[in-house]
Design a protein around this ligand. Structure first.
Ligand code: KG4
Ligand code: ZN
Length: 349
């Protein structure tokens, strides 16, 4: 039986709406609108108050656009899915309030979706064979998590970052090197021009570490190492690409090594990469080259890896199809545990 949802995502600085149809494991994207708020660029980071105001202005037109692409009306919509956390509270509130109102007015079922569960579902939109069990690496601006996923909704957290998220580290190092926020994509372009042998930065928590940190990550020491190198360098302009390359190589080596070890240890032949940093081609190429033999790596295309409502529709339609619903008491939450998250290693900070 098919199920079509209208999904909303307003957790940070993208206002997005999508129409997603689910038939069994297959998700078809019927409409998607993503409006990125460029205003934050000039502040070097997302300004929460400005983000909420921009969401308020654009959430209606963005929903209309997604519906228009899908055929025009709410007629064929069977449910409403919305990101209800984690994220910026004021920004989340706009999407949650809009979704609740629409669900009430149209008498449609409502489902709140965890933002990171959305990132996990993104590759399904392009390849229905991406299904558990798998090993997952979630790398975004706010989170870095290594998971074993035996089934949808069953998330075994192996490790996470002890300080900065991977995307946050790319952004901070990028800012140090004079790039605009968010710097991830520009860092990748800069690193591609850099010489890999010029700077060798530490690979944090990779070798000779305590068992409890086996699956954890840490990026703040790497960021400090880069800062020291910048301070010592007498011609930063001439070395920017080499510095970016040194940083990117170190970050990628740690992410790839731990993911490969987890796939091997948990005997998974599928690895799912999700979150904005999964847009990084050098990361996905290294993942594909270095996974254990016979392991497939699934990554969504860049538009579906960075924040968007299609992934929320994919996750929300799975929850609705399995009979779950929220009511009008659904809350927006700035911090929210991933539903179904377990800590089997007990080692996560
Ligand atoms: O998942 P996302 O869109 O938002 C969050 O949920 O945080 O991820 C945004 C993050 C930013 O830190 C951005 O710099 C990073 O993803 N990013 C990248 C690349 N494209 C986006 N990092 C490295 N290389 C990229 N190509
Ligand atoms: Zn995200």
């Amino acid at each position: 039986m098919s199920l079509t949802v209208l999904a909303l995502e307003t957790s940070c600085d993208e206002t997005s709406a999508a129409v997603v149809r689910r038939d069994g494991d297959r998700c078809t994207l019927e409409g998607l609108a993503i409006l990125s708020q460029d205003i934050h660029r000039i502040f070097g980071g997302v300004v929460p108050e400005l983000a909420s105001r921009a969401h308020l202005e654009t959430v209606g037109p963005v929903c209309d656009e997604a519906l228009k692409q899908a055929g025009g009306t709410l007629e064929g919509i069977d449910g409403i899915a919305v990101t209800h956390g984690p994220g910026l509270l004021g920004a989340l509130l706009v999407g949650v309030t809009w979704a609740k109102t629409l669900a009430w007015r149209e008498r449609l079922p409502l489902i709140g979706v965890h933002h990171l569960e959305g990132h996990l579902f993104a590759p399904v939109l392009e390849d229905p064979t991406v299904q558990p069990p798998f090993t997952a690496l979630l790398v975004s601006g706010g989170h870095t998590m290594l998971l074993d996923v035996p089934a949808w909704g069953d998330y075994q957290l192996l490790g996470a970052t002890k300080d900065d998220a991977a995307g946050e580290a790319f952004d901070k190092v990028g800012t140090l090197l004079g790039l605009d926020y968010p710097a991830g994509a520009a860092m990748e372009r800069l690193a591609a021009k850099g010489d890999p042998g010029r700077y060798t930065f530490p690979r944090p928590l990779l070798r000779g570490i305590a068992e409890e940190d086996r699956w954890n990550f840490s990026f703040s020491g790497l960021k400090t190492a880069l800062l020291r190198a910048v301070q010592k360098c007498d011609d930063v302009d001439a070395h920017r690409a080499h510095l970016a390359r040194g940083f990117q190589d170190a970050a990628i080596e740690v992410l790839v090594r731990k993911t490969a070890d987890a796939a091997l240890e948990y005997q998974r032949d599928l690895v799912v990469l999700g979150g904005g940093v999964a847009c990084n081609r050098a990361l996905t190429v290294a993942m594909r080259e270095q996974m254990p033999a016979g392991t497939r790596v699934a990554v969504a295309s860049p538009r579906l890896n960075t924040d968007n409502a299609a992934m929320i529709g994919a996750a929300g339609s799975w929850r609705l199809a399995s009979g779950q619903r929220h009511d009008s008491t659904l809350e927006a939450r700035d911090s929210l545990p991933l539903p179904g998250l377990a800590h089997p290693t007990g080692a996560v900070p």
